[in-house]
Design a binder for this molecule. Sequence first.
Ligand code: FMN
Length: 168
Amino acid sequence: MEIKEAIYKRRSIRKFKEQKIDEKIIEELLHLAMAAPSAVNARPWEFYVIENPSVLNQFYLTFQSMHYHAPLAIVVCANELNMYHKAKNYWIQDCSAAIENILLGALSFSLGSVWCGITPQADKVAQVKKILSLGDNIIPLGLVYLGYPDEEKEPRDQYDESKVCYIK
Ligand SMILES: Cc1cc2nc3c(=O)[nH]c(=O)nc-3n(C[C@H](O)[C@H](O)[C@H](O)COP(=O)(O)O)c2cc1C
């Protein structure tokens, strides 16, 4: 799939089939995630890949706004110990770029995905840390649900001329 086509085609999918995702595909998605740009190439990210139904169910029961049944979730976190001191505050951008790569990469395997925010909501950060028993130095940025889509969404272009300023 062409990149341009994938960008328009990527939509948040919140209904998934039960079909599991092959391990090789998961691994490829993680390769794509880690190819993302990162300030001073610090790559502070860590990926918690969750297939365990009881952990997925804990997410389901805990969060109203990310209340989806998917066969897989990837929680994208940053490790404070891997943040380069001069670029410490870029971890959100670094991890967000990795998340977008997962979302776009998912399309090439006919997978659907939705990005659910964790940081900066302190309550969600604490709940996710508790569910996954994350250490003090690990900050969860976002959770991506992945699976074969059980809903269809149209590709779309949200171009808005009023948000553009050309300086020539
Ligand atoms: C930082 C961030 C946090 C988000 N959090 C949630 C969420 O908690 N639950 C959810 O269902 N969707 C969440 N989304 C998905 C947005 O709702 C979705 O991207 C937006 O409505 C545009 O729709 P589209 O993804 O189909 O283009 C989030 C997206 C981003 C970028």
